[in-house]
Design a protein around this ligand. Structure first.
Ligand SMILES: Nc1nc2c(c(=O)[nH]1)N[C@H]1C(S)=C(S)[C@@H](COP(=O)(O)OP(=O)(O)OC[C@H]3O[C@@H](n4cnc5c(=O)[nH]c(N)nc54)[C@H](O)[C@@H]3O)O[C@H]1N2
Ligand SMILES: Nc1nc2c(c(=O)[nH]1)N[C@H]1C(S)=C(S)[C@@H](COP(=O)(O)OP(=O)(O)OC[C@H]3O[C@@H](n4cnc5c(=O)[nH]c(N)nc54)[C@H](O)[C@@H]3O)O[C@H]1N2
Ligand SMILES: [Mo]
Length: 766
């Protein structure tokens, strides 16, 4: 409990166990149960008619972009439905008929709501009107839109410096909203733009920029049809990117091989029953993974180095394993890498990674004579102290094999939020960028700040220390998503003002600043009508393609505003006409925003037209094999050190992962169906031999503690369950375990919290 503002807010809610049940984990994903589960969620939240209407429009050319993940749509979407179970759940969650309105807040205080679990808070429904929480008060009360804008403007003017304001973005916002938001923040005078990517793919962005000159992936969806090998490392597509399984299926049908690298045997990685095909529904589905490497948590570098060493040995004899022509023409640092690799002992690398040598040899054999290779990865690689190096080691492999800039090959960081990539492209970046600033000056006539701002971790520290006093969030659930929950909650509560532009109620609105304002906004699926005309917005998918998204359901309240309008109005209230930009006009006119975006950001020219249908690709230098911006004009090999873990005998390495029934901090339900875990989220996945060794029994209730710099953090009450996970490793769900991750433990260079390798102890409760 933290007690600032005299409000007594719980960051976990009341902890109670329900009836935990286990079944053997599934060895396949999707199929009929997935369709049934999806429809149940949708119909329960909004009824059959609205539900079917919404699902029918999702990911269709004239419809709205799925609010789930950022996996691209096929060029020819299937006629029936182009969504997955989790997309349907994301839609159900957004289009729910339940409402959070003034009478809801009159009935429940923030203190009372904070005693609920995240699941209960999320299920309360959509926020339907602007609300304000005044200093010392515990009930939000209604406020008019105009008064809300005025109050925000007043508080912004009270700051001693624009750098006392922090402006967070989550990845659901459209390109138009994000561009306008970034523009306003710069006009206001700061680059304090923490973004959900700081906790997500920032390590990918840094590693790819340094080695290949662009912070994004290089593959297109159709490359999966032509790939000879797809490696899926540190990613759980069956749950988090189910539509990716269709791409893997195609790769297999065309003779490709799939290799998975994961401490867990995730269902979607093993077999896939495609619900859109007869054989997938009725027959056993298709085997997807050819070889599964059950690596220990954060030992991917050891594993990859071992694979590289073995490939190098064969290349020495045969000379054709590595693409020497590619290496000579396009890369820098080959000799140093070869020398560096020779410094490692194969035996040591083998022990580190914990995988059988036989399996590694199988993979080496597959890779040796194939060179159309795609590497896909997600949070299993990015959220470690050495997250950036993990990805650089993957790039080493691709460069050695010449697997870039050709069809069927390349990098594929699989993005999370459906427009997280677009938000970054259009300017949500905390680093100052000269070219971007110049384009703003040329287009709008004002000077953007030239000093860099705070990212997520640094922003939290600044609020905690009183250096920042206003926090505004365009979407997201900051307190539950960020590390060190108690610390982050305190940081937010220290603020003079917090502003939450959200669709739904969440814990961040409860761990509020002295004054707090909730501004309810339209969701992806909802009609956005202005002067009788339905408007569209645009998003960028995981493969750099920009396309339109247009809602079609009646908004959950008349009193919602679109994100661009909200931003335009806040900016207008702040500048009060004393600025070169007419903010209100810009916020209301998406075509005008796009016109300006075209002139500021490269690649968007002609977007008004080009965004039609399946959309257009943004420029990508890797696809063109243009490395001119990098040292010597070449792609860069990297010599990465091995990660160091000083883990005592009674300590474990914990990865904090997603269950099948959640979207980040939004908890859809209490089941993790593919892993066979039902009715309970407070569980720890532990190897059975470790359970015996340490004397833990199945379902025993324990506490987790972490101890960094002699400071202990605790997460209370989890049930131990036996699971197929490497010894010394644990798995548990986030956000429940974020209490354990110290704010100061993050990846080198990217500052992404170490959510996948937290050193913990498991304590018995007497
Ligand atoms: N349904 C649903 N879809 C989602 C989301 C969601 O919450 N729910 N979230 C969205 C977002 S924002 C994102 S970023 C993505 C996240 O997508 P993922 O990255 O797939 O999500 P995580 O559950 O964090 O899983 C990481 C995977 O990495 C493995 N792993 C953990 N540590 C290591 C390691 O050290 N090495 C290796 N090789 N593997 C490891 C875990 O076992 C797990 O399978 O999904 C997006 N899509
Ligand atoms: N321990 C641990 N922590 C993690 C992770 C992990 O793997 N382990 N993963 C990290 C990752 S990858 C990410 S991306 C972050 C996610 O961090 P966030 O993006 O901050 O969190 P979400 O849970 O996705 O945000 C959900 C909220 O977004 C709001 N919302 C939904 N749709 C819209 C919309 O269209 N507009 C607006 N304005 N609001 C909307 C709703 O109010 C909802 O409550 O969490 C990170 N935290
Ligand atoms: Mo993410």
């Amino acid at each position: 409990m933290s007690k600032s503002n005299q409000r007594n807010i719980s960051v976990t809610g009341t902890i109670e166990f329900s009836d935990l049940q286990l079944t053997p984990p599934k060895d396949y994903a999707a199929g009929i149960p997935a369709v049934k589960v999806a429809l149940n969620h949708v119909f329960k939240e909004m009824g059959v008619v609205k539900g079917l209407k919404g699902l029918g429009a999702m990911n269709q050319k004239e419809g709205f972009d799925c609010p789930g993940c950022a996996w691209p749509d096929p060029e020819k979407p299937s006629k029936v439905a182009e969504y997955c179970e989790n997309g349907a759940k994301a839609f159900a969650e957004e289009a729910t008929d339940k409402k959070v309105n003034a009478s809801f807040f009159a009935k429940y205080s923030v203190e009372e709501i904070s005693q609920w679990t995240d699941y209960q808070i999320g299920k309360s429904g959509r926020i339907t009107e602007p609300m304000v929480l005044y200093p010392g008060k515990v009930h939000y009360e209604p406020i008019s839109w105009d008064n809300a804008y005025k109050l925000i403007a007043e508080k912004l003017h009270e700051l001693d410096s624009p750098d006392e304001g922090i402006f967070y973005t989550s990845g659901r916002s459209s390109n138009e909203a994000a561009f306008l938001y970034g523009l306003f923040i710069r006009a206001f005078g700061t680059n304090n733009m923490p973004d959900c990517s700081n906790m997500c793919h920032e390590s990918s962005g840094v590693a790819l920029s340094e080695t290949l000159g662009i912070g994004k992936g290089s593959v297109k969806l159709e490359d999966f049809d032509k790939a000879e090998v797809v490696m899926v490392i540190g990613q759980n597509p069956g749950t988090n990117h189910p539509r990716m399984l269709s791409a893997l299926q195609k790769c297999k049908e065309n003779g490709g091989k799939v290799i998975s690298v994961n401490p867990l045997e995730e269902a979607g990685l093993i077999r896939f029953k495609n619900p859109q095909e007869f054989k997938g529904v009725v027959l056993g589905g298709e085997q997807l993974t050819d070889v599964h490497l059950q690596v220990k948590i954060n030992q991917d570098i050891s594993l990859l180095k071992l694979i590289l060493l073995k490939l190098a040995a064969i290349d020495k004899e045969e000379g054709t394993v590595f693409d020497h022509e590619f290496i000579t023409t396009y890369t820098d640092g080959y000799e140093s890498l070869m020398e560096h690799l020779q410094g490692f002992s194969e035996a040591e690398l083998l022990i580190n990674c914990g995988v059988s040598e036989e399996k590694i040899n199988e993979v080496v054999e597959i890779l040796a004579h194939r060179n159309k290779i795609i590497i896909c990865w997600a949070m299993g690689l990015t959220q470690h102290k050495n997250g950036v190096n993990n990805i650089k080691e993957c790039v080493n492999l691709l460069l050695l094999k010449g697997s870039l800039g050709k069809e069927g090959a390349g990098t594929c960081p699989v993005r999370g939020h459906s427009n997280v990539q677009g938000d970054r492209t259009v300017g949500i970046v905390h680093h100052a960028n000269k070219n971007f600033n110049k384009a703003i000056k040329d287009t709008f006539g004002f000077d953007a700040p030239t000093h860099s701002g705070y990212d997520v971790v640094k922003g939290i520290q600044a609020m905690y220390e009183g250096k920042a006093k206003i926090f505004m969030a365009l979407g997201g659930n900051f307190v539950s998503a960020a590390s060190d929950t108690e610390y982050t909650a305190q940081a937010l509560q220290n603020c003079e003002l917090t502003v939450h532009v959200n669709t739904k109620l969440n814990r961040t609105q409860l761990t509020a600043g002295k004054t707090s304002i909730i501004l309810p906004t339209l969701g992806r699926s909802e009609l956005d009508v202005k002067d009788g005309k339905t408007r569209f917005l645009t998003v960028e998918n995981s493969m750099g393609k920009v396309h339109r998204t247009k809602g079609m359901l009646r908004p959950s309240s008349e009193n919602l505003r679109s994100e661009p309008e909200i931003i335009g109005n806040i900016a207008s209230a702040y500048f009060n006409e004393g600025h070169v930009v007419n903010w209100q006009e810009l916020g209301n006119n998406y075509e005008l925003i796009r016109e300006k975006l075209e002139s500021v950001v490269k690649g968007f020219q002609g977007m008004e037209e080009k965004s039609k249908g399946t959309g257009f690709y943004l420029p990508n230098n890797v696809r063109e094999l243009d490395f001119s911006k990098l040292p010597n004009g070449k792609a860069q090999f990297t010599c990465c050190e091995l990660p160091e873990h000083n883990i005592a005998d009674d300590e474990f390495l914990l990865m904090t992962i997603r269950s099948h029934d959640q979207f980040n901090t939004t908890i859809y339900g209490m089941n993790d169906r593919y892993r066979g875990i039902f009715n309970e989220r407070r569980v720890i996945l532990m190897n059975e031999e470790d359970m015996q060794h340490f004397g833990f029994t199945k379902f025993e209730v324990v506490n987790l503690t972490s101890n960094y710099n002699n400071q202990e953090r605790k997460a209370l009450h989890f049930k131990v369950i036996p699971y197929n996970i490497p010894r010394g490793n644990l798995g548990a769900y986030f956000p429940e375990t974020n209490l354990l991750i110290p704010i100061h433990e993050y990846a080198d260079k990217s500052q992404t919290p170490i959510s996948k390798s937290v050193i913990v102890k498991v304590e018995k409760i007497d």
